[in-house]
Design a protein around this ligand. Structure first.
Ligand code: OAK
Length: 836
């Protein structure tokens, strides 16, 4: 008698022999995969072999959904969201697919029964780290929510051979190792070489007359690269929908290297191949910092051109005329990295499909919408004109024409305002000439949005003010969100169980239902259970921290966590200065009564960002002293967890008591880690920045530790001539002196000088100005944590009121206001349906 793997009523698929959801079929397939796919038998199999065997068992059980979804969309010609993003920071697939299929616990049991450690197998997956941080992880949450909401969608991006580097800490410093995530193969992707397209680069353009004597332009490239799509299914939670993430790999087009080869230039032919493959070789590791490299622009154009060509192919299959491109597709530009799409769609319509300019422009604008993800000026993409002209000569012509027509419109609206025209031009002509990608994105889009209320307001007032004045109705806000499937159900099973046992499990797809936990905050029994869950998560994390750093931490201490990319505007140095202040207090008065705390840091610094790397060194150096000082008596610990990524994040958020969201007001566009912490019951210490403001609004000011200058105050202080040295007194002065003296650097007074001098003399992110306020807020935290019962209440309320921050809510808003894309429920096909 077969044992059903799932007793869940939402399973609607017709069962077949191959992918039956019984424990027996599952265990049989597991060993079959080990044998037939991996070519191993148990004695020789590695843990990774077992992981892969398991992954293939699960993938087989996703295919019916995937094929049925593709078939339904093709048949119905469904309106489709195309999410264009240079980054998708997916994190491991296996656990998430098990959760979304609704077979996680059953599979765990089946695997355990075979004598294998299920968690260990999950950890074997090399996560696809195809993103830097916030923007890439948001894209991953969005495509999962799109699938859960049953919205037809395609994620388009780059299949980097090497994702974000692997960080190791050596002697307290960050070192980088390449991320060879594809080393053992990737069971989740299917290559589709039959849908490969060619992408042109370089060369020149020439006018010609076609057979109907029409004026046309021909682009004669000097290089062709083949773009090969690799597809990964993206499951919705408990739905039949499986959408597609389509990532492009660059290869040499065969015809091309053969041509060189025939001339006898074997080496040249091989070089051509190597240089083509370079396009998708490695993710640029810079977060919010422009890297003005030719290869980077080539990468952007490469995936955008391939994706748009793919969309034309889809139109053709579905027999939709090109003039209806914008009815079939809503394309979202995830920041300006894909903004060249505006010029490329124009080129494809005009040059390749002979659509007249006005009509092509109308189609283009109706197709695209643009999301801005940063207010930092150094992140705004501008490409030197000569570089652009060399790589994309035809696009530059098109951009000039778009610009001429656009500036005519500005001239009429703002008669005589030449300064405005210079400011708004797609070309920066103040010195060396540049193409301004944010302007191209604005001009080519029907909707423009920021990612939190404050950020969207600042875009209108500041960065994109001229565009707002021209087209106010195009601007809107879409506050970010994160998927509760990965960030609660998968990563925090204990909390999930506790919550579901009280309010059922509908919250997983309707996060606003967490509100039903509110009354339970007054229930002493529930509070105890809540604290028990938190403590168990902290114990789990303590084990991870010990294994990865050798540092023992106390699960009863307050876990105070800052995990995110290392950046001066995010102010990890404000946090570590406060740690030094606490240490100094302890040393000055060993009997002082302090709340025991563990400070946990994690995050990568861009490899060329020296100050960020020095901040890491300061954190680890302070840790080295504090963790070993007997006078501290284990009341303070500092841990820098190496290689913060999705996998590690899943263990950190559930274990946190306090979430550090301490950016200078007006600098963090939204933040999304802040949401993951709050959902998992951490309290926030934070500034009035990004989505912190909305989190505080939701959870209540009494459940949030606010500090620091507001955005207008930051502006006013800077305008009045900020002098950080004016703030250098009292405890802050002692802290700075201690670091300066070499106390944390074995007497080397030079080591931290660039960091400290930078603060004392410039401090562009107002660390000193906010220090006092931060330190006071931290005292409130310490006091509040002493009252465990009250802390539990606040923790429950944070989670209960985090419903707004589900990416399902965000995606619904994008669908209603921008994409106008309705849900398409999927009926599963049977084997009979798919017979030819
Ligand atoms: C990265 C490169 C260029 C421009 C922006 C980024 C980026 O990651 N921005 C981040 O986007 C997140 C998602 O919207 C926000 O939550 C972060 O605040 C923002 O820094």
């Amino acid at each position: 008698m077969a044992t059903p793997l799932v007793a869940v009523e939402h399973r609607t698929e017709p069962q077949d022999e191959r992918t039956a959801l019984t424990k027996e079929a599952f265990q049989r397939d597991f060993f079959n995969n080990l044998f037939y796919i991996l070519g191993k038998f148990p004695t020789l199999a590695t843990k990774n072999d077992y992981y892969q065997a398991l992954a293939f068992v699960v993938r087989d059980r996703m295919l019916q959904r995937w094929i049925s979804t593709a078939a339904a969309y093709t048949k119905q010609g469904s309106r489709t969201v195309a999410y264009f993003s240079a980054e998708f920071l997916m994190g491991p697939h296996l656990g998430n697919n098990l959760v979304n299929l609704g077979i996680h616990d059953e599979v765990r049991k089946a695997v355990t029964e075979l004598g294998l450690d299920f968690n260990e197998l999950l950890l074997e997956e090399d996560e696809p780290g195809l993103g830097n941080g916030g923007l890439g992880r948001l894209a991953a949450c969005f495509i999962e929510s799109l699938a859960t909401l049953q919205i037809p969608s395609l994620g388009y991006g780059i299949r980097y051979e090497f994702g974000i580097f692997h960080q190791e800490i050596v002697d307290g410093w960050q070192t980088e190792r390449t991320d060879k995530w594809l080393r053992f193969g990737n069971p989740w992707e299917i290559p589709r070489p039959e849908w490969a397209v060619h992408v042109k680069l370089g060369g020149y353009t020439e006018p010609y007359r076609d057979e109907f004597y029409r004026h046309r332009v021909r682009w004669v490239p000097d290089r062709l690269v083949a773009a090969v799509p690799y597809d990964t299914p993206i499951l919705g939670y408990h739905t039949n929908t499986a959408n597609t993430l389509r990532l492009w790999k660059a290869e040499a087009p065969e015809s091309f290297d053969f041509a060189v080869f025939n001339r006898g230039d074997y080496y040249g032919a091989v070089m051509q191949k190597v240089s083509s493959e370079n396009l998708s070789k490695v993710l640029y590791p810079n977060d919010e910092q422009l890297q003005g490299k030719e290869l980077r622009l080539s990468q952007q154009y490469f995936f955008v051109s391939a994706s748009l060509q793919d969309m034309f192919r889809i139109l053709k299959i579905q027999k939709i005329p090109v003039e209806r491109f914008h009815e079939k597709f809503a394309a979202q530009l995830n920041d300006t990295h894909p903004a060249i799409a505006v010029a490329e769609l124009m080129r494809l319509l005009i040059d390749e499909n002979v659509v007249p300019w006005e009509q092509a422009w109308d189609i283009t604008r109706r197709t695209f919408a643009y999301t801005n993800h940063t207010l930092l000026p150094e992140a705004l993409e501008c490409w030197p004109l000569p570089l652009f002209a060399k790589l994309l000569p035809r696009h530059l012509e098109i951009i000039f024409e778009i610009n001429a027509r656009f500036l005519d419109e500005v001239r009429i609206r703002f008669y005589g305002d030449e300064e405005r025209i210079a400011r708004m031009s797609l070309i920066d002509e103040r010195g060396e000439r540049y193409v301004r990608m944010a302007h191209l994105a604005c001009v080519g889009s029907h909707a423009i949005n920021g990612v939190a209320e404050l950020h969207s307001e600042l875009l209108k007032q500041d960065v994109l003010r001229d565009f707002y004045e021209l087209w106010p109705t195009r601007f809107g806000n879409k506050t970010n969100g994160v998927t509760p499937r990965r960030w609660m159900a998968l990563s925090n099973p204990r909390l999930t169980k506790l919550v579901s046992s009280h309010i059922g499990d509908e919250w997983i797809t309707d996060l606003s239902q967490l509100r039903r936990l509110e009354p339970l905050a007054e229930d002493a029994g529930f509070r105890q259970q809540w604290l028990d869950v938190k403590r168990a998560c902290k114990c789990d994390f303590a084990a991870v921290a010990l294994k990865k750093t050798g540092i023992t931490i106390d699960p009863d201490s307050l876990f105070d966590v800052q995990v995110k990319r290392i950046h001066e505007y995010k102010r990890q140095h404000l946090n570590i200065l406060h740690v030094v202040a606490l240490y100094h207090r302890l040393r000055s008065n060993p009997n002082v009564d302090i709340t025991p705390r563990t400070f946990i840091f994690g995050g990568k610094a861009a490899p060329g960002y020296h100050i960020a790397k020095l901040i890491i060194k300061l954190i680890t150096s302070v840790g080295d002293v504090v963790n070993r000082d007997p006078a501290v008596r284990d009341r303070l610990k500092v841990v820098f967890l190496p290689n913060f990524n999705v996998k590690n994040g899943q263990r950190i958020y559930p274990a946190a008591d306090l979430s550090e969201q301490v950016s200078t007001a007006g600098k963090e566009a939204s933040g999304t880690g802040n949401m993951k912490f709050s959902m998992n019951g951490a309290l926030t210490i934070g500034t009035m920045d990004g989505a912190n403001i909305e989190i505080r609004e939701e959870v209540g000011a009494e459940n949030f530790f606010l500090f620091g200058l507001t955005t207008p105050e930051v502006g006013a202080l800077k305008a009045s001539g900020y002098n950080p040295a004016n703030y250098l007194d009292g405890e802050l002065k002692e802290v700075v002196e201690l670091i300066r003296s070499g106390f944390f650097s074995r007497g080397d007074a030079e080591l931290f000088r660039p960091l400290i001098d930078g603060l004392v003399h410039h401090d562009p992110y107002l660390v000193f100005a906010d220090f006092d306020s931060y330190s006071k807020a931290q005292q409130q935290v310490s006091a509040a944590y002493q009252d465990r019962d009250h802390w539990a209440r606040m923790s429950i309320l944070n989670s209960a009121r985090s419903g707004k921050f589900s990416s399902d809510r965000t995606i619904r808003e994008y669908c209603d206001d921008i994409w106008k894309a309705p849900a398409v429920p999927i009926r599963l096909l049977t084997q009979e349906d798919v017979k030819v």
